[in-house]
Design a protein around this ligand. Structure first.
Ligand SMILES: [Zn+2]
Length: 177
């Protein structure tokens, strides 16, 4: 049996009285294929039975397969598709926000690296200053040693002067007597 049923043609987007025919390839190759057969799709425990037919549009001569399935199975398939689409949207959002976080982390990292580099510069300057301070401290210590030696020398001289003074005073006292 063929023709008569009004169907939507995916090519011209209109409803025509389409014909149910043997598929083009079946005619060309001579391999027989029934115009309509029962099939089922099996995915794990899920089984969808459908009635497959090869349709032909009388206007555009476009051929396509249609599959008539149980309405509840169609609803299940639509619900599954919606659920998967929603999950994909959520996943995309998560990925986008993670990409933003990664971008922010990279910015922070480059700021940290910059400040580390500038602190290295500061450290080098400080090392120079510290070296300068150490030289000054060494110079102070040296002059302190010089001063100590000079002080000891002066103390000796003073002691000698005091001794000499004592001798002179004794002499003077002796003369007065
Ligand atoms: Zn058409």
């Amino acid at each position: 049996m063929s023709g008569g049923t009004k169907k939507y043609c995916p090519k011209c987007g209109e409803v025509h009285e389409v014909k149910v025919i043997s598929p083009d390839w079946s005619v060309k190759t001579g391999w027989p294929e029934k115009t309509q057969r029962n099939f089922y799709l099996k995915r794990g425990d899920n089984k969808v039975q459908y009635f497959k037919r090869n349709m032909k549009c009388p206007e555009t001569y476009h051929e396509w397969y249609s599959a008539e399935i149980n309405y509840n199975d169609l609803l299940d398939l639509c619900n599954s598709k919606k659920k998967l689409t929603d999950e994909a949207v959520e996943l995309n959002k998560t990925i986008e926000s993670q990409q933003k976080e990664i971008g922010a982390l990279k910015t922070t990292e480059s700021i940290l690296r910059d400040s580390m580099r500038s602190q290295e510069g500061i450290l080098i300057i400080y090392e120079d200053e510290i070296e300068g301070f150490e030289d000054s401290i060494k110079a102070f210590k040296n002059s302190q040693i010089d001063l100590t030696l000079e002080y000891e020398q002066k103390s000796d001289e003073l002691r000698e002067l005091k001794n000499a003074l004592q001798v002179i005073m004794k002499h003077v006292e002796t003369e007065e007597v």
